[in-house]
Design a protein around this ligand. Structure first.
Ligand SMILES: Nc1nc2c(c(=O)[nH]1)N[C@H]1C(S)=C(S)[C@@H](COP(=O)(O)OP(=O)(O)OC[C@H]3O[C@@H](n4cnc5c(=O)[nH]c(N)nc54)[C@H](O)[C@@H]3O)O[C@H]1N2
Ligand SMILES: Nc1nc2c(c(=O)[nH]1)N[C@H]1C(S)=C(S)[C@@H](COP(=O)(O)OP(=O)(O)OC[C@H]3O[C@@H](n4cnc5c(=O)[nH]c(N)nc54)[C@H](O)[C@@H]3O)O[C@H]1N2
Ligand code: SF4
Ligand SMILES: [Mo]
Length: 674
């Protein structure tokens, strides 16, 4: 018999800045090979260690393939298989009852970044929940604080095209672990270095990126504002600022100058944890080597005053005029370009109930809410692992009276607490439109194979739910292709020449943003008066930090970053072949702090604060400075004897306006021998 072989192109859906384009080889309807596309300008034929094995995920024996209904106790993991009609009707019935009783605001949609595909991420789910008037979460755990801080300076926080970093002669990777988290940018960084650029890393941890830097400033966590103020102090004192630029393009210099006047490098040094001489050298090198660029993603936003930190970083190019040079300025998430081009609708209904997703534990366990949350529908997220204050989240998920629906590919720690689990397709089984937050290429992800088992795309699940609920609002039955066409039809100039047909043919297209585009120079700044806002700036210590005065005090700052090539947030923490050799999360502790506590590498320790406790093996590490410990993020609960991950310890505090991320990294703990 003749075998049919074809190559189907698609793009990676993971919440990773790189949005790689892949080629799937399909033989007789089976996907047999998946590899990076050679022509895509950032993929360049390479995926990454986790997604090279994506077909194993698709065909994994643990893959959920049919709808499930809970039969045992909450969290016990006992389920029976049911049909789709029964599952959809059970959910519709439950939601209708709640709408008629306590009201739709007792139903909470919880979704996040499980997929970056715009369609499966939630265009239709959002229409569905808006139609019934359910409560929603503010999806603010990633990047929103960075957005707000940059917007404080420039109104619309457009950054430079990360590809333009090749033109830079000084690149500061500021609290971003590029080599690990944004791999496909690394060759561009190396290209700049090859052309003479200096690479500086500013991070409290000696990351794999820091190891590759020309200069590494290992600062104390949460002290970046003091560092920026001292840099500005030096630049002003030494006459290295461009008065013409400041006069013509900024507002608030007098206030910023006064703020920086007091922060001498020697005052900043003990706050920041690096010498005054190194602060002076950084300031000088930042302006001397042009084009001068700063790269950020999200690390420093995860503090109580993360917005101040991201604003302070954005102030540097605004003040010095680094934006003038192609390759200079701030390179941040490019998602704003796609949001602007596709014109995705902001939910217009201000009356809808909303909670910051960081507060999930509090929201699910607060019976005094009016009305309390009675139903939770989770898709594209694993809150049991990714939300701060995990013990509160788990107490909420364990509520016998909470009706929980989880749409998932695998039996995650969240799905195990569902009343109904709905199995969903993976990226090679459904259609989607891929945006990126690390480059400017839009991609069409074409389904390569039929859905595995009885799985359905998220969109189809919400179409069926809408029918079962008798909803007849427009748009609820739109097909995936229609949803993509609607987005591509925004009329925005950056979509010039990009049509559905063209994407079908080419798979990817660069947004029509001119090469070498200089935000704030080639286009007016997005503030009311068109000026970059400087203004007063002050270093503030978060309440739960060694310099703060808030919660009961423990001596060590806990950082919980992304740490493995084989993990992508919580996606692979449940797969044995993606684990590092040690196969369990380790506590990294400095030699000084370990000696103080009589600990040697390999000792089992208890790490605790007043939110929770974890029993882990510790390892001495020079990567963390004294006063700081680190536990990696993303592990599933079964990897610790406490059935918890690092978020059992982390700080769920969000800003008082409920906007922005949690203060994950403002977490104090103590460590003791077990
Ligand atoms: N301590 C600590 N906590 C953190 C962070 C940290 O650094 N430290 N980082 C934070 C950040 S930056 C982020 S972005 C969040 C990540 O939080 P999440 O977005 O919740 O995490 P992911 O693991 O990326 O994805 C969650 C789930 O989506 C599912 N999924 C994937 N594709 C689909 C699909 O097509 N349909 C459906 N229904 N499901 C799908 C996957 O199976 C996965 O289980 O975590 C945050 N939490
Ligand atoms: N392999 C892999 N890649 C990933 C992910 C993954 O899980 N695994 N997750 C993806 C996601 S969702 C995201 S959002 C990105 C995140 O990408 P990044 O922002 O690059 O990664 P993070 O680990 O969140 O944080 C980066 C660094 O911030 C540092 N940091 C913490 N506090 C401070 C501070 O106060 N000041 C400074 N200067 N630095 C600080 C941490 O030590 C950490 O090294 O990565 C994406 N890529
Ligand atoms: S996870 Fe990131 S680096 Fe890996 S294939 Fe997907 S987009 Fe590329
Ligand atoms: Mo993220």
């Amino acid at each position: 018999m003749m075998r049919t072989t074809r190559i189907v192109r698609g793009s990676c859906h993971h919440d990773c800045p790189d949005t790689c384009v892949w080629d799937v080889t399909v033989v007789d309807g089976r996907a047999v090979r998946l590899r990076g596309n050679d022509d895509h300008p950032t993929t360049r034929g390479q995926l990454c260690p986790k997604v090279n094995r994506f077909l194993d995920r698709v065909h994994h024996p643990d893959r959920l393939t049919s709808p499930l209904r809970r039969v045992g106790a909450k969290g016990g993991g006992e389920y029976e298989t049911i049909g789709w009609d029964e599952a959809i009707e059970a959910i519709a019935h439950h939601l209708r009852t709640l709408i008629a009783g306590p009201g739709p605001a007792s139903i909470l949609q919880f979704s996040f970044d499980g997929t970056q595909g715009v369609i499966q991420k939630g265009v239709l789910a959002d229409r569905f929940f808006a139609a019934i008037g359910a409560a929603d979460v503010r999806r603010h755990l990633c990047g929103v604080t960075a957005w707000l801080g940059a917007a404080d300076v420039s109104g619309q926080p457009f950054g430079i095209d990360p590809e333009d970093l090749v033109h830079a002669r000084h690149i500061i990777l500021w609290g971003t672990n590029t080599y690990l988290t944004n791999r496909h940018l690394w060759p561009f960084i190396e290209q700049a270095r090859g052309a003479g650029a200096t690479i500086t890393v500013i991070d409290p941890i000696r990351t794999s990126t820091a190891e590759r830097a020309d200069e590494f400033l290992q600062i104390r966590p949460g002290t970046d504002v003091a560092l920026v103020l001292a840099m500005i102090h030096v630049l002003d004192r030494d006459g290295l600022l461009d008065a013409g630029w400041i006069r013509d393009h900024t507002s608030g210099w007098a206030e910023l100058q006064a703020s920086a006047a007091a922060m001498t490098p020697s005052l900043a040094a003990p706050i920041v944890g690096i010498s005054a001489a190194r602060i002076e050298a950084l300031a000088h090198s930042y302006v001397a080597n042009r084009p001068s660029a700063i790269r950020v993603l999200v690390g420093p936003e995860h503090h109580e005053h993360g917005r101040d930190i991201m604003r302070a970083i954005a102030i540097l190019p605004a003040l010095t005029g680094a934006w003038r040079d192609v390759g200079g300025g701030l390179a941040r998430s490019t998602q704003i370009y796609f949001d602007t081009a596709l014109g995705r609708p902001a939910d217009a209904d201000p009356a809808r109930r909303r909670f910051n997703m960081a507060r999930l534990g509090e929201v699910l366990t607060d019976r005094s809410l009016d009305p309390p949350i009675e139903a939770l529908v989770v898709h594209n997220s694993n809150p049991a692992v990714i939300c701060p204050d995990q013990n509160a989240v788990m107490a909420g998920l364990a509520r016998e009276d909470l009706f929980t629906v989880v749409i998932e590919q695998f039996m995650t720690d969240t799905a195990r607490h569902a009343d109904i689990v709905l199995p969903t397709t993976t990226q090679i089984e459904h259609l989607d439109l891929g945006i990126a937050w690390g480059h400017l290429y839009l991609s069409l992800n074409q389904p390569a194979i039929e859905p595995i088992g009885d799985t359905l795309p998220n969109t189809e699940i919400f179409r069926r739910l809408a029918t079962a609920m008798g909803l007849d609002q427009p748009g609820l039955q739109d097909s995936d292709e229609t949803l993509i066409r609607q987005l591509l039809d925004s009329g925005h100039r950056w979509l010039d020449g990009i049509t559905y047909e063209r994407l079908q043919e080419r798979t990817w297209c660069r947004l029509a943003v001119p090469r070498g585009h200089r935000p704030n120079v080639d286009e007016p700044t997005g503030t009311a008066d068109g000026r970059l806002r400087l203004g007063r700036l002050a270093h503030r210590a978060g309440r739960e930090t060694p310099d703060g005065d808030g919660r009961p005090r423990h001596p060590l700052v806990l950082l919980s970053r992304k740490q493995y090539l084989g993990f992508l947030n919580a996606n692979y923490g449940g797969f044995d072949d993606h684990l590092p050799i040690e196969a369990e999360p380790l506590l990294q502790i400095s030699g000084v702090d370990a000696d103080d506590r009589g600990l040697v590498s390999g000792d089992r320790v208890r790490v605790f604060n007043d939110r929770g406790s974890l029993s882990l093996v510790c390892t001495h590490s020079d990567d963390v400075q004294p006063g700081v410990v680190a536990i990696p993020f993303g592990w599933w609960h079964r990897h610790s004897s406490d059935q918890r991950g690092v978020n059992a310890l982390t700080n769920p505090a969000v800003p008082s306006d409920d906007l922005g991320s949690a203060a994950f990294h403002d977490t104090l703990v103590e460590v003791e021998k077990h």
